[in-house]
Write a protein that binds this ligand. Structure first.
Ligand SMILES: [Mg+2]
Length: 128
């Protein structure tokens, strides 16, 4: 559904699994968010550092080339205040402390429910 708060915000989706990526794109297109995509950790770093107008990054943890933790720390070196939300698989729930201690602002658990994702994005963008 279209969302007044999210409309026109720019989000970078980092996801190597194509069907998951298409699913996230579909949810966010409906919210009228402007979407960029990256398929691995290095690409995420390159896109994040070359586009100054990204509002939020939705980062998968398990990624080829460079994982989500390493990509996060590379981006954080330059963009300390960037909102970066991890996506983690249900089986890796034990990682949530590690995720928050690593400097992610928040996390969503896969499979990602559309309303849950929208709520998380809004909560983390409020006041930005
Ligand atoms: Mg993955």
């Amino acid at each position: 559904m279209e969302n007044e708060f999210l409309k026109g915000r720019k989000i970078l989706i980092v996801e190597d699994d194509l069907s998951s990526r298409l699913y996230l794109n579909k949810i966010l297109e409906k919210a009228r968010v402007i979407i960029m995509n990256a398929g691995d950790g290095q690409e995420a770093v390159d896109v994040a550092l070359n586009n100054s107008d990204i509002d939020i990054i939705l980062m998968d943890i398990q990624l080829p080339v460079m994982d989500g933790y390493s990509a996060l720390s590379k981006i954080r070196e330059v963009k300390k205040d960037m909102v970066i939300i991890a996506q983690t698989a249900y089986g890796l729930l034990g990682d949530k402390e590690k995720i928050l201690n690593s400097g992610f602002n928040d996390y969503v658990i896969k499979p990602i429910l559309s309303q849950n994702l929208i709520d998380k994005l809004i909560a983390n963008l409020k006041g930005k």
